[in-house]
Design a protein around this ligand. Sequence first.
Ligand SMILES: [Zn+2]
Length: 172
Amino acid sequence: MASSSTSNSPCAACKFLRRKCLPGCIFAPYFPPEEPQKFANVHKIFGASNVSKLLNEIMPHQREDAVNSLAYEAEARMKDPVYGCVGAISVLQRQVMRLQKELDATNADLMRFTSNDMSNSSFSVFPGQYGARMGHGGGSFDHNSGFSLPYASPWNNNPTGGSSEEGGDGTM
Ligand SMILES: [Zn+2]
């Protein structure tokens, strides 16, 4: 058995799988050795052979995005074995629905106030009415922790994706 060269370290996938990282390794561009946990998570949830097959089936320019989304999903699934990233999605969907109702109610108020203003222009009554209404309906979502996810999500610090390969890597 020949000893492997130490000049260039194997990618995180080949290191994890204890195999030689050959030139053209499908994993090497997306699983650098500095991020061992990224591959470990993806392998645990999806399996290395499934990931290899998936990467071979898609265009090379889409592979990095695919790997990053797999890493994101795998990390979410590790943290929440029942819901995975669906847990975060449903929290955000409920939040969107609540905010949409909030917005509709506020727009309706605004319309009513505007039409009142046009008809009798008694401006002094609006701030009190508006404030009371916001205190009743508007304040409710702010105070019952509508924004907090049920678990800490380090990958959520980067909502735009950031275009870096460490997007899915949990930096604890
Ligand atoms: Zn490799």
